[in-house]
Design a protein around this ligand. Sequence first.
Ligand SMILES: O=C(O)CCC(=O)C(=O)O
Ligand SMILES: [Fe+2]
Length: 246
Amino acid sequence: MFGPPPAGYERREIAPGAVHLPGWLTPDRQRDLVAACRAWATGPVPIRHTRLPRGGVMSVQTVCLGWHWQPYAYTRTADDVNGRRVARLPDWLADLGRRAVADAYQDPGQGAGYEPDAALVNFYDADARLGMHQDKDERSLAPVVSLSIGDTCLFRFGNTRTRNRPWTDLTLASGDLLVFGGPSRLAYHAVPKILPGTGDPAVGPARGRLNITLRVTGLTDRAPEATGAAPAGAAPVASPESGTRY
Ligand SMILES: O=C(O)CCC(=O)C(=O)O
Ligand SMILES: [Fe+2]
């Protein structure tokens, strides 16, 4: 489905293990991804504002593939939406993730070994934002691959110890790839601001910003041995640590 990335794209190391490749997605690939996101947004689990445990809702709207994420765990079914199983993560999207890792780290072997099993598709309208958080509900430390389409955002990439400085502010524009793994895998990060009207509606969505993150959950459908009785596939898989994502 996807040809090679544009020749001569830049590679910027934000921090050890965190690499930004501006314009990595060609306009045609971005259009294909937008069409796919439109379809995923309709179901089997429709895109929605994720509810937070203390009653708030996220300003970002999210639909998941492979595994459903809600604060702060992954499950196969969207029990906070309509109870249905989320759509599969398509092989072509996992392939795109493998290329992303290979290109970011300039390491074809690491790319080939990347097996994402979940994607979060986030839609930001002009006022949406995402607070400082770590992606830590996964049990694997494999890299996160992030693809941005539509309006440019301000993106804040912090450190692994605290949600405060030091951080690096950068912009993620339509077509940009960011991969964070290795020593940066658990770095705090945020989307403090969308820059409305900066996207090209001929390529991206008519308005707003799409972001797709690919992740390796490290989870399986088998209930953990210790819990014994639960039937395979039925047990929600709780994160060992929880509570700080948003
Ligand atoms: O929208 C982005 O660029 C980042 C999204 C993100 O951090 C997340 O979904 O965990
Ligand atoms: Fe994140």
